[in-house]
Design a protein around this ligand. Structure first.
Ligand code: G3I
Length: 482
């Protein structure tokens, strides 16, 4: 987990200074009692951000650029939060209103405000079926795929080094079936999500890359299982993914589930961070307060739950204002929910496990159906008959770029290392490789196995891939054992 400092603390040790100062003042017989009292007060944060930092987490909020001139709003923001998410300003329609013309003014204002006040930034969202500019809504196929890749590259590069975590892909799963949601992006091919993640990694290798969705809180729901299987698949194949965002918009139709902690634990057990990214809980009074406290406790109980973001500051700022789902009322006063959340942060979690146990709860819903790729042909590797290995290519090409997956298949003998050589056409180049080490970028390019996929049993196979600009290689690559 990341080391999270209390905002304004200045150095890793700064937040412990009050304890040290008081300790030195304690004398004689009072020492033991004073130490106990000081330890208690030193761990009690007086704001959400400070209290979360004491637990190694952050506490964030969605921010709207046009509210940064509202003194009450900014006062609460600067006092309470140490992570911000632009609510709309980094979305596709906001950042690329005309194709190839990028406008960052409002998003930049939020990032600048965060940086000036010691807050970090969650980027939201690079690829989403909603809030696309009209020109993108009118694209399809390889033109849309290329536009998506360019958009991700441009925006993630603009904010390179300034983003703690990106919501790379938002809301790609269907609510009912647990399969993929139909959208123009989905219709460019089932691999659009992994292409988005690889593109984001290439543009900003320092940002955590998250998949973000709603209605993924209840472990028994098919949609939760669908996202879980996506993350599991990405981790198995080396597709870069670092975190899962659970939006966690709770209301009577989609209530906080009693197995929420199980869901957090099971995602974390896949080897990704878990972030609660858009929390709001409709209701009021003690019922709402209790649910906020439960969500905080659940996050604190899971060592890889790295932080909580609420989707707005005051109830009046919420996209669901009539449901009064936030921690401050319309006048900026702290609600019972605020106190409950703060108290739960200060109470700390159950001892966080250092390693999360593997999933044991079986899904009770049918596994999601996965949409077959629409742009790639299935690999057709001939069955190997001798020693050595063979390799075959599967490519998704769009104007100006491509993603190629290479399947390496062992012959009659097991492989202990392999190399694949292929020719990247003149004017084209490999820009990003996964699950192999590339030597060269154009012309004859050799890919060597990495540590975890060099050993392949007789007749078995493994995959690696690469992304590039220009035209993808074609034909049958050379594969050599050793
Ligand atoms: O800025 C215009 C304004 O000029 C115009 O007069 C007004 C008229 O409707 O619209 C304003 O834009 C609105 C924008 O919020 C800013 O307030 C859009 O209509 C409205 O659709 C947009 O809603 C946003 C919504 O995403 C769009 O899907 C919400 O603010 C935002 O909170 C919400 O956030 C999403 C997350 O990104 C993803 N998860 C779900 C969450 C809630 O829907």
């Amino acid at each position: 987990m990341d080391k999270v400092l209390a905002r304004g603390s200045g150095s890793p040790t700064a937040r412990y200074r009050p304890r040290a100062a008081l300790l030195s003042a304690a004398v004689g017989a009072a020492l033991v009692a004073a130490t106990v009292a000081v330890a208690t007060s030193a761990s009690a944060g007086t704001t959400l951000g400070a209290a979360a930092a004491e637990q190694g987490r952050y506490f964030g909020t969605a921010v709207a650029a046009n509210k940064l001139s509202d003194a009450t709003y900014v006062g609460i923001l600067n006092r309470e939060f140490n992570m911000v998410t632009p609510e709309n300003e980094m979305k596709w329609d906001a950042t690329e209103p005309s194709q190839g013309q990028f406008t960052y003014t409002n998003a930049d204002r939020i990032v600048a405000h965060a940086q000036a006040n010691g807050m970090r930034v969650r980027g939201h969202a690079l690829a989403w079926h909603q809030q696309q500019p009209g020109w993108a809504q009118n694209l399809s196929g390889s033109a849309l795929r290329q536009a998506m890749v360019n958009h991700i590259t441009q925006v993630a590069t603009h904010y390179k080094g300034k983003i703690y975590a990106w919501d790379v892909v938002n809301e790609a799963f269907d609510d009912g079936s647990g399969g993929r949601r139909d959208s123009n992006l989905q219709r460019t091919g089932n691999d659009w999500i992994e292409v988005a993640f690889r593109t984001a990694r290439a543009a900003d290798p320092g940002a955590k890359l998250c998949y973000n969705d709603y209605n993924t809180d209840n472990w028994n729901w098919a949609k939760t299982q669908g996202v879980y299987n996506l993350v599991k698949d990405f981790k198995a194949r080396g597709v870069p993914i670092d975190c899962v965002g659970l939006q966690s918009h709770f209301n009577s139709g989609s209530p906080y589930p009693s197995n929420y902690r199980t869901t957090l634990q099971n995602f974390a057990a896949l080897g990704v961070d878990v972030q609660i990214t858009e929390l709001d809980i409709e209701g009021s009074g003690s019922a709402q307060a209790t649910t906020y406290a439960n969500v905080v406790k659940d996050c604190l109980a899971v060592s890889r739950c790295t932080g909580i973001t609420v989707w707005g500051i005051r109830d009046s700022d919420s996209w669901r204002a009539s449901g009064t789902p936030l921690l401050f009322d319309g006048n900026g006063n702290k609600k019972a929910a605020y106190t409950a959340a703060l108290d739960a942060l200060n109470a700390g979690g159950t001892t966080p496990p250092t390693t999360t146990p593997p999933t044991t709860t079986p899904p009770t819903t049918t596994p999601p159906t996965t949409t077959p790729p629409t742009t790639t042909a299935p690999p057709s590797t001939p069955p190997p008959t001798g020693g050595g290995c063979t390799a075959s290519l599967t490519t998704n090409q769009w104007p100006g770029g491509f993603v190629t997956t290479v399947r390496v298949t062992a012959g009659a003998g097991a492989l202990n290392g392999w190399t694949v050589t292929l020719t990247v056409p003149s004017g084209s180049a490999v820009t990003n490789t996964w699950s192999a080490q590339a030597s060269g970028a154009s012309g004859a390019v050799t890919f060597r196995n990495v540590a975890y996929n060099g050993q392949v049993g007789a007749g078995g196979s493994t995959e690696f891939g690469f992304q590039g600009t220009g035209t993808a290689p074609s034909g049958t690559p050379t594969c050599a054992a050793g």
